[in-house]
Ligand binder design. Structure first.
Ligand code: GDP
Ligand code: MN
Length: 394
């Protein structure tokens, strides 16, 4: 998950990184009120998931309320590389003396973390790497060893950070490392990290990508996800803890395992249908999870047929079938369901579905047959032909 700058700065602050005071604003009035509370001059900054905002007119300094209002009006609604600005970060302006660059990321080829520090900040680091590669000091960090203040100081000297800023920059690097490591980020980047005219060191920008696989140990990340632009199906799925991606078609898909879910989407396309979603229910297929998955798909008006594709490995076929039957008892599903169960105890699973004999529930033994049936049912429903035959067929 990518954070907006203001969220990144809030995350930085938790690890002791110095960031300027600021407030979010979603309208011109809010921006002016925030600016007056913070005190002029302020900087108004577009909150979008894309860099280069400064050059695109998304970062502006205001000296008074009138200027804050006109800048806020100009930035809100601005389209920056396809991202429309809906939110501003209003921050007390800093008097910049020097701009630096600092980041931690994973160097996959080296299997260690990589810290990069440069005395040339405020411009694209890619551009610095191209034009003046010597201006970027690098050091690898073994997560078992951690990153010490001494290493940080040595790197600051190597990067040519001005003498009076070195201690401050080194302290920032140590905090930034903690944010990256304990904070479970995939990337933390400060560009620019500045030396102010008063001699302080501050993070003026924040780029943070959190490692989604670590979300289970960070309940507080839920606050960050709230402002993401999700459609209603995706929001509901996320609340239920499901791996869901909304698509445009009319065949709802439930599969166990991301690979199988993707193959199921492909198979539906291959036989002439269009998937309404990608939904991976993971390893198990309990009644709980199956009911949640069916509920999410049920809220999608476009879905005309549902294809449940389960391969039993550790999960046994009869558990899956019982889960589906129990889920059907709990959720009133609008579209017909085609189930394919294969793998461990598949026969027992299919027998359970057969004997259940619910209307609109079809069980087929292979993925291809099931995909064809689901697509056919969706097409029949779309063309107004009577729905599925009642009872379970094989
Ligand atoms: P980006 O263009 O999306 O990377 O946005 P940044 O947050 O990095 O801002 C771009 C540039 O605006 C920075 O490199 C600074 O030169 C300038 N800037 C940002 N905040 C301030 C500030 O508080 N005071 C001053 N004088 N300039 C700032
Ligand atoms: Mn920047």
């Amino acid at each position: 998950m990518d954070l907006y700058e203001y969220q990144g700065k809030q995350y930085f602050a938790r690890f002791g990184l110095p960031v300027p005071d600021g407030e979010t604003a979603d309208s011109v009035e809010e921006a002016v009120a925030a600016a007056e509370r913070l005190g002029f001059p302020v900087v108004l900054k577009a909150q979008v998931h894309v860099g280069g905002r400064g050059k695109a007119g998304g970062v502006k300094v205001a000296e008074d309320a009138a200027e804050a209002a006109s800048h806020a009006g100009a930035i809100l609604g601005l389209d920056i590389k396809g991202h429309v600005v809906h939110r501003l970060w209003v921050e007390r302006a800093s008097q910049i003396s020097k701009e630096y660059y600092a980041s931690f990321t994973l160097d996959r080829s080296d299997k260690r973390y990589l810290c990069m520090l440069s005395s040339k900040g405020g411009i694209d680091i890619e551009q610095v790497a191209e034009e003046d590669p010597g201006a970027i000091a690098r050091c690898h960090v073994d997560p078992l060893d951690g990153f010490s203040e001494q290493e940080a100081l040595a790197l600051a000297a190597e990067a040519g950070i001005d003498e009076q800023a070195r201690a401050g920059v080194a302290a920032c690097l140590v905090s930034l490392y903690r944010c990256y490591d304990e904070g479970d980020a995939d990337l933390v980047e400060i560009n620019p990290l500045v030396l102010t005219q008063a001699g302080g060191v501050l993070a003026l920008d924040a780029k943070v990508t959190l490692d989604d696989s670590a979300a289970f140990r960070h309940p507080e990340w839920a606050d960050f996800a709230g402002f993401e632009e999700l459609d209603h199906r995706e929001r509901l799925a996320r609340e239920r803890g499901l791996q869901y991606v909304g698509l445009e078609g009319d065949v709802g898909i439930i599969a166990n395992g991301a690979g199988l879910a993707m193959s199921t989407c492909d198979m539906v396309e291959q036989v002439g249908g269009r998937p309404a979603n990608f939904l991976d229910i993971g390893g198990g297929a309990s009644a709980e999870v199956m009911a949640s998955a069916l509920e999410v798909i049920n809220t999608d008006e476009k879905v005309k047929a549902i294809f449940v594709n389960i391969f039993g490995g550790i999960t046994r076929g009869e558990e899956v079938a019982n889960g589906i039957v129990q889920a059907l008892g709990r959720v009133d599903i609008k579209a017909p369901i085609v189930v394919r169960i294969d793998g461990t105890n598949a026969e027992q699973g299919r027998a359970i579905l057969d004997s259940h004999g619910a209307e609109g529930l079809v069980s087929l033994p292979t993925m291809l047959e099931a995909a064809r049936k689901a697509v056919e049912l969706a097409a029949a429903s779309a063309s107004g032909v009577a729905g599925p035959s009642s009872g379970v067929s094989r």
